[in-house]
Design a protein around this ligand. Structure first.
Ligand code: ATP
Length: 262
């Protein structure tokens, strides 16, 4: 991709995060730098505790770094007040979580539109909603509440909610973690299509090689730092990717579980 015609939309520079718990300090991230191109699908992998969720939360503006900067859509998050950061996040950043986090009392339609209502929109354009619901395969589920939707449908609604504001980037933290493997793969295929057909920019945090194999690039974290980055082009299937990842971090996969220590 030509960087001059497609400028980086997301830049992370020397990001560090120290959590303080009483007298104790936990360094969750130490000097992480990376950039994500528009339309790119990036997977962040790493062992439990390596800093994946912390990195995602900092990039999404949910928490502030101890040092370093995050720039999204040309906006340095550090220069925004808490109120402006919340406003920016609602408009320009999409978030998807393992547990879907839908509002149980609202229909799929109102869950999807919620970010627009929260941002103060009164007149909502149904055509955007219907187009998105069509792309995500949930056009006939919009009148249902979450408890009458399957897990896969709930995650599709959550993805639609993340995309309704047309964000510059979408972050998904273990988006298939609550789904069976077949449904999880259908969600991965959907994320791939959103990049390929709609030029969405997506960052997925995952433990699973079968999820990361759908991405364009994998960023591997270890002990709060970037251990390695690699393109998935040579590791399209999960087994090949798992073997490469294992080589990098010195761990082994048994099924989808990691054993051994880095
Ligand atoms: N709010 C917090 N307060 C204190 N320590 C924290 C907090 N959140 C995370 N940590 C610590 O920071 C480190 C990185 O955690 P993080 O959740 O980012 O890792 P992760 O790679 O996402 O792990 P997992 O795969 O288990 O979710 C860990 O040592 C964790 O215990």
């Amino acid at each position: 991709m030509d960087a001059s015609s497609n400028p980086e939309i997301t830049r992370v520079e020397q990001l560090s995060k120290i959590y303080r718990q009483g007298d104790r300090e936990v360094t969750a991230l130490r000097g992480v730098s990376l950039s994500i191109e528009p339309g790119e699908f990036v997977a962040v992998m790493g062992a439990s505790g390596s800093g994946k969720s912390t990195l995602m939360h900092l990039m999404a503006g949910l928490t502030r770094p101890t040092t370093g900067t995050v720039t999204i859509d040309g906006q340095a998050l550090a220069s925004l007040s808490d109120r402006k950061l919340t406003h920016f996040r609602r408009r320009r950043i999409g978030l998807v979580f393992q547990a879907f986090n839908l509002i149980p009392s609202l229909t799929a339609r109102d869950n999807i539109l919620f970010p627009l209502y929260a941002a103060g929109h009164k007149d909502v354009d149904d055509s955007t909603l219907l187009e998105l619901a069509g792309q995500l395969g949930i056009a006939d589920r919009l009148g249902h509440r979450p408890d009458s939707l399957s897990g896969g449908e709930q995650q599709r609604v959550a993805i639609a909610r993340a995309l309704i504001t047309n964000p510059a980037i979408m972050f998904a933290d273990e988006p298939t973690g609550s789904l069976d493997s077949v449904t999880g793969q259908s969600i991965c295929e959907l994320l791939r299509q959103l990049c390929d057909r709609e030029s969405r920019t997506i960052v997925v945090v995952t433990h699973e090689p079968s999820v990361a194999a759908w991405a364009d690039r994998v960023v591997v974290l270890r002990d709060g730092a970037v251990l390695s980055e690699f393109a998935t082009a040579d590791h399209r299937d999960a087994h090949s990717l798992a073997a490469h990842y294992q080589q990098l971090v010195g761990q082994q996969f048994v099924g989808q579980q990691l054993v051994g220590s880095p």
